[in-house]
Design a protein around this ligand. Structure first.
Ligand SMILES: [Zn+2]
Length: 83
């Protein structure tokens, strides 16, 4: 008969954060220059896409858009005419 009692305890979460960081660093270090370049390129492209999407008023840079910076109050009584 087989004795299934194992005297050696198996801990599944015995890894420290430092170990995990070391591992992820090693993973990046193991990447080739081309892989790293592709990763940076992908990040740059998503950034460029975000910067080249016009705001709802059609301006590419919403920081230059007066309406984005100072949205008009919807319930302002300014346009109400009195006679
Ligand atoms: Zn705008």
């Amino acid at each position: 008969m087989e004795d299934s009692s194992n005297p050696t305890p198996v801990s599944s979460s015995g890894r420290s954060l430092a170990d995990l960081i070391k591992e992820s660093r090693a993973r990046v270090a193991a990447m080739t220059t081309e892989e790293l370049r592709a990763m940076w390129q992908a990040q740059r492209e998503s950034f460029a896409r975000a910067m080249s999407t016009p705001c709802e008023h059609g301006l590419l840079d919403f920081e230059q858009c007066d309406e984005c910076r100072n949205p008009p109050a919807k319930d302002s009584p300014v346009s109400r005419e009195t006679t």
